[in-house]
Design a protein around this ligand. Structure first.
Ligand code: PLP
Length: 505
């Protein structure tokens, strides 16, 4: 049995070579995992057993938690599956059928079926091992698969407090609604940020069948993937500048207008903000919805509801802070002319029951100090950015206060800050980046918004198969993304200093 809960990853980050695979935080439900060296990231991306075998956990949409794997094996045996069959477990029929449909559409006649496990109340999607990659893609894009806590319970090792779960979801909805000034009935909870995004995407496709979506500026990897893989196609404006606005206007006024416009405020990883008033001026007369993802800024720092019809948030990040639960929210703008339609579309299906009881209870508990944490992060990060900007080893820093700041400021709340995510590029990056990263004494792995600072070679981790394409759009492969946590400014600066020393600065 694995030992958890021993190491405080804030004060003692597992960042050395021997720490590969350490859960971040030190919990069986950690959503991040230590990839302390640049080579580990490459090994992870290439599926190298010497890296994968060491991972005690991983980001749950990308790395099926080991406890969920155990449940899969048990389910396969219970349903008498063939030796060449595998399965993914979903919490209910609706999500399982969606997964099965996705796999069937992309594979040529392979048998894919769903099997209800009556004693467990969950549904297995069973497929031949040969097409496991397609099933893994769906698991990743839709983020609706069963959670590690749920699997633990079904294996008889955890609890399920249904009544408290119901209360926790209600309290979460109330809290989010209060923070962003919307009604509780307009907040919908999901099992991940991507589950929230894909629910909105399904709604948009249902409202305007056959119409493409627009992605305005370069977003978080799976937000673009989902639009490309599901629905009726996507028009991508990788840089959301004045030229893109002009093209957007042409598209909106054409005879094939988009079903909706997606943007992030600010974007991940370049921390750029789009001109929301300008987009709204173009789309509103045509009733085309604007979908804004406020995950990186958080709803405490920005209020995008003057322009957004609907907002998606990965609660996995700042809202949780602890990094031990995956969750997402969709908030409908009650003033949007489309609000009634969105409410109906989002309440349909599995609704917020998809955030499992124990995950909701954990998230609620984690969110208690959300306001204080954001205040601290808003304060530490700009100090670090100011220091890094003048550092001789640094070529360029990306931070919302420096990138398209006027666009961010247009929706910044009074007293709101610029949050905790920055990206940096070193001078002579090809030679220095891996050395610097390897020497950096903070947690290193996927995710952001955790209470502990977290760095990663973001492009290698998220875009390994398309690095050249990304570079053609202005995203250097050597980008190092840093999510600032609750540590002291001086502590973090000292840790960065030592990494700079490793590259001769
Ligand atoms: N939106 C943004 C901006 C993100 O950065 C992420 C994840 O990193 C997501 C959505 C997806 O959230 P989740 O991983 O909780 O599904």
């Amino acid at each position: 049995m694995d030992n958890f809960g021993v190491r405080d990853v804030v004060t003692d980050p597992p960042c050395g070579e021997g720490d590969l695979g350490h859960p971040l935080p030190d919990s069986p439900y950690a959503v991040s995992v230590a990839l302390p060296h640049w080579e580990h990231v490459i090994g992870y991306e290439e599926g190298a057993p010497k890296v994968l075998d060491k991972l005690r956990t991983g980001y749950p949409r990308f790395f099926v938690p080991r406890i969920v794997r155990q449940l899969e094996i048990q389910c396969l045996s219970e349903i008498g599956a063939g030796s060449d069959e595998l399965c993914s477990i979903y919490p209910d029929e609706i999500t399982a059928e969606r997964c099965a449909g996705y796999i069937r559409e992309r594979t040529d006649g392979w048998p894919v079926r769903t099997e209800r496990l009556h004693d467990k109340g969950v549904v297995a999607v069973v497929f031949p091992a040969q097409i496991h990659r397609v099933a893994a893609d769906y698991w990743r894009y839709c983020g609706e698969g069963i959670s590690a806590r749920h699997a633990t319970f079904l294996l008889g090792q955890g609890e399920c407090r249904q009544g408290e779960g119901l209360d926790a979801r209600a309290e979460l909805r109330d809290g989010i609604a209060k923070d962003c000034g919307q009604g509780s009935q307009d907040v919908f909870l999901f099992s991940s940020g991507m589950a929230a995004v894909s629910a909105v995407h399904r709604a948009l496709n249902a409202f305007a069948p056959g119409m493409r979506s627009v992605q305005f500026d370069f977003p978080y990897v799976d937000v673009l993937r989902t639009q490309r893989e599901m629905g009726d196609g996507n028009v991508f404006f990788p840089i959301g500048d004045a030229d893109a606005l002009r093209e957007l206007r042409q598209l909106v006024e054409s005879d094939s207008p988009p079903c909706g416009v997606y943007c992030e405020l600010p974007s991940n990883p370049l921390l750029r903000s789009v001109d929301l008033p300008a987009i709204a001026e173009i789309t509103r007369p045509f009733g085309i919805p604007i979908v804004v993802d406020d995950t990186v800024a958080t709803n405490l720092n920005v209020d995008v509801f003057e322009y957004a019809d609907i907002v998606t948030t990965s609660l996995t990040k700042y809202y949780s802070g602890k990094g031990d639960v995956l969750a997402g929210a969709v908030t409908v703008n009650e003033a949007s002319p489309l609000s009634a339609k969105f409410r109906v579309a989002l309440a349909d299906g599995n609704g917020d029951k998809s955030l499992w009881d124990e995950d909701a209870i954990t998230l609620l508990e984690n969110s208690r100090d959300y306001h204080q944490r954001m205040e601290r992060i808003n304060e530490t990060t700009p100090r670090l950015v100011n220091w890094l900007e003048t550092h001789p080893a640094v070529e360029r820093i990306w931070y919302p206060a420096g990138e398209t700041r006027q666009c961010y400021d247009m929706v910044r709340r009074p007293g709101g800050g610029y949050s905790g995510l920055l990206s940096l590029l070193l001078r002579d990056a090809g030679n220095n980046s891996a050395k610097f990263y390897d020497a950096l004494e903070i947690c290193k792995g996927p995710s952001l918004g955790a209470n502990f600072s977290l760095a990663c070679p973001y492009m290698f981790l998220a875009h390994y198969q398309e690095l050249d394409w990304c570079e053609s759009l202005g995203l250097s492969r050597w980008l190092i993304r840093v999510s600032v946590g609750l540590e002291d400014f001086t502590d973090l600066r000292d840790r960065l200093e030592r990494a700079f020393a490793a590259i001769g600065h």
